[in-house]
Design a protein around this ligand. Sequence first.
Ligand code: SAH
Length: 256
Amino acid sequence: MAPSETVSATQEKPISTIVIIIAMQTEALPLVNSLQLVEDKNPVFPQGVPWVRYVGSYKDLQINLIWPGKDSLFGVDSVGTVSASLVTYASFQALNPDLIINAGTAGGFKAKGANIGDVFIATDVAFHDRRIPIPVFDQYGIGARKTFSTPNLLKEFDLKSGKLSTGDSLDMSTYDEAAILANDATIKDMEGAAVAYVADLFSVPCIFLKAVTDIVDGDKPTPEEFLQNLVAVTAALDRTVIKVVDFISGKCLSEL
Ligand code: SAH
């Protein structure tokens, strides 16, 4: 079978296995409860890693919610690109999903139309802290790519859409700011582009749902604003994830 035929065959098959990658426990647990997922007692991941898989059937879908767990040295959520790419890789190897969803919180730029509590679907992802000023390596560092297009999903839920820029810092240096501007990003997180990189390695479509916890170009300090809004915004994110999962159920990739 020619590669293009393989892709179109996959596009026409009903979606059955979904992997949802979520970086923080506060973001993951309400969804685990709503979707009635249970922690996997026979882990599919190597022994000793903190990565957690919650699994369950929802309608005709097998849902695997993957949380990279608490860092074994520092005891906090394993946020950031390194953990995100590792769990995405391991999840693909173990579960061979039809679709990946990366759900999480993000900073938003009000100058680009983002408000606290908005849930965005990312049309593009790129990195803003991988500066390699050598021709072509500079582009590799930025790693800009389009995400899997879901026109029907966008239409159905009237979600906002915009470009996502990813880096390993919660704050924003002036270097990062310039790069985020150059990436034309509306939202900023610490995982998206890393998940996209791995999903692309395996040609698995990936949807990015990002809820705005803090306004980056506002006047409040990001860590405070983030923590203040985390629980309420996570509830909005979870409602959207459930609506999206409902929409996906019974459909093929080409119908999204
Ligand atoms: N102080 C937090 C740290 C979480 S790091 C804590 O109590 O645990 C922030 C997480 O939220 C990351 O997973 C990141 O993807 C997302 N995020 C939210 N707002 C962000 C912003 N302004 N910039 C980058 N990432 C942000």
